[in-house]
Design a protein around this ligand. Structure first.
Ligand SMILES: [Fe+2]
Ligand SMILES: [Fe+2]
Length: 177
């Protein structure tokens, strides 16, 4: 794998300054969350930094396509071989069934990095550190609400992630009772 400084310099050129700053913010937030949940901080950093590397400048890449393109670029251009990192990049926009902790960390770091501003953010930020499953559920609910208000379709993968998390969360609650 290319070293992180090389990746940073290259990213600045390929995705532009503004998105680059977002990626660095997601990298740092992902590192904090990884430390909180005793996950591999280095992996979280690489996945966070690269999560939007598929949003190439001056190319018309559809929102849901940038994740799969990003996973490709992470492999081919930056030499990332770790499948967990690739998977986390792949599912960062929609989530997926049975997300790993790293998947959840990248998904939520993207939604709560310091430059984000939207209604309900503070709650999700707080949940991210106390109960990351609930944070992902809440964040998906926010996305559904937003898409509904814009009359846009909800991606099937997001619905699957939501149902999966909701069900596993409910069964954990039941076990406690
Ligand atoms: Fe993204
Ligand atoms: Fe992002």
């Amino acid at each position: 794998m290319k070293d992180i400084e090389y990746i940073k310099e290259d990213l600045k050129k390929s995705i532009g300054e503004k998105l680059y700053i977002h990626c660095v913010n997601v990298m740092n937030t992902a590192a904090d969350l990884a430390a909180r949940y005793k996950e591999d901080v280095e992996k979280a950093k690489i996945a966070g930094l690269l999560h939007d590397c598929g949003k190439l400048l001056n190319q018309n890449i559809k929102n849901l396509e940038h994740a799969s393109l990003g996973a490709e670029i992470a492999k081919s251009k930056y030499g990332v071989e770790d499948e967990e990192i690739i998977d986390a990049i792949l599912c960062h926009t929609t989530g997926k069934e049975n997300m790993t902790m790293l998947d959840k960390i990248i998904y939520i770091a993207d939604k709560i990095e310091p430059n984000r501003k939207y209604e309900g953010l503070e709650k999700i930020r707080e949940l991210a550190y106390s109960n990351i499953d609930r944070a992902v559920i809440k964040s998906l609910e926010n996305t559904f609400k937003y898409l509904k208000s814009k009359n846009e379709d909800i991606d099937n993968k997001s619905l699957v992630s939501y149902e999966f998390l909701k069900n596993s969360f409910n069964s954990i609650q039941e076990e406690r009772i």
